[in-house]
Design a protein around this ligand. Structure first.
Ligand code: PEP
Ligand code: MN
Length: 360
């Protein structure tokens, strides 16, 4: 697949003044629930109503979705509100049923994107469709796998394509349910600047209080849209209760977000500059986190050295590290002088950490 301006045609056709907003419950629960939420969303910035009909659950025993029955509720919601409808499809039968019920946007979930077999089955079932198809990132942080899924759909003559960034699983506990790993969508965006990119802050956050900040970061990175789980009674939702927000909260969020519009070349220049600055901020944040992690390992070494009563400074090891880093620096277009300066500073901080440990 190559980047082409036409990748954005379907998005431009909406003629929206703001990023596209897809909102609605994690799962369709009852007809009343779907209709109630749709009516609360219809006069907001949300253009598309989402609801999961078949729910991929990590472990069995949780609510697995209402099944095909719910597609009728989505159709009714569309009739009553004029909103477009969206649901997740995970196999050829889902695709057939969704198309039969005239669902407008079909998305491939994170647990499906990981499997080329499943993605191919879905692509074959969708071949040539004029529906919009969005691909969530795979659960594991693998850009090639994500792009591979988009390519399979593209090869199946599907033109209205986009991607959804919903974060990545980690074994480590973090403040997120799924780590954003912003560098991955940033790289995707650099390679395919015209492929519409949508943020799903709900599945990244796993909680309500950081949804706004995630949305703002995405808009600062020039994302094209947001998919936000929205329920009239989030606490009692049948799935993902902790992360859903009320339609009224979504309206507030949309009011408070700073959306940058390119009205002229000056604004375009400022937007491009801001996007790049936000990319730098994301990378700086990772640098600091990585340095913090390195010092924690140094602390552990300090504790071992204390136990064995060994000197902190071990010149041979230090010279080995430096030599390796200078070589790696070269491969990354970093001058020897720069690498030396950085690593001297890092080394000094490690020694300070270890001294603290040994003297305590
Ligand atoms: C969902 O959107 O409700 C969902 C199951 O998402 P994901 O595939 O990102 O986990
Ligand atoms: Mn969900």
């Amino acid at each position: 697949m190559e980047n082409k301006k036409e990748l954005r045609n379907w998005l431009n056709a909406f003629g929206l003044e703001h990023p596209i907003v897809i909102a609605g419950p994690c799962s369709a629960e009852t007809e009343d629930q779907v209709l109630n939420i749709a009516h609360q969303l219809k006069d907001t910035d949300a253009t598309v109503l989402r609801a999961g009909i078949w729910k991929p659950r990590t472990r069995p025993g949780n609510f697995e979705g209402v099944g095909a029955l719910g597609l009728k509720w989505l159709q009714k919601a569309k009739e009553e509100t004029g909103m477009l409808t969206a649901t997740e499809v995970a196999n050829a039968t889902h695709v057939r049923l969704a198309l039969e019920h005239d669902i407008d946007v079909l998305w491939i979930g994170a647990r499906s994107t990981v499997s080329p077999f499943i993605v191919q089955e879905i692509a074959d079932a969708l071949n040539g469709t004029d529906k919009i198809v969005l691909v969530k990132n795979p659960v594991n942080p693998d850009l090639a796998l994500w792009l591979g899924a988009v390519e399979r759909l593209h090869s199946a003559n599907i033109e209205k394509l986009g991607v959804i960034h919903r974060g990545f699983s980690t074994y480590e506990k973090t403040r997120y349910r799924n780590n954003p790993e912003w560098q991955i969508p940033i790289e995707l965006q650099n390679r395919f600047p015209d492929l519409p990119l949508i943020l799903d802050p709900s599945h990244i956050a796993g909680r309500r209080d950081i949804i706004f900040d995630l949305c703002q970061t995405a808009l600062d990175l020039s994302y094209d849209g947001l998919m936000v789980e929205t329920h009239f009674d989030p606490d009692n939702a049948w799935s993902d209760a902790k992360q859903q927000i009320k339609p009224t909260r979504l309206v507030e969020i949309m009011e408070d977000l700073k959306i940058r519009k390119a009205t002229d070349t000056e604004a375009e220049y400022r937007n491009a500059l801001n996007t790049l600055r936000t990319q730098i901020d994301v990378i700086d944040h990772q640098l600091i986190e990585t340095l913090g992690k390195r010092m924690k390992v140094a602390d552990k070494i300090g504790a071992l050295k204390k136990e064995k009563n060994v000197a902190i400074l071990q010149t041979r090891r230090w010279n080995e590290i430096l030599g390796k880093m200078i070589l790696e620096g070269e491969q990354n277009q970093l001058s020897e002088e720069f690498v030396l300066r950085i690593f001297k500073a890092i080394h000094q901080e490690s020694i300070n950490h270890q001294e603290k440990i040994i003297n305590n």
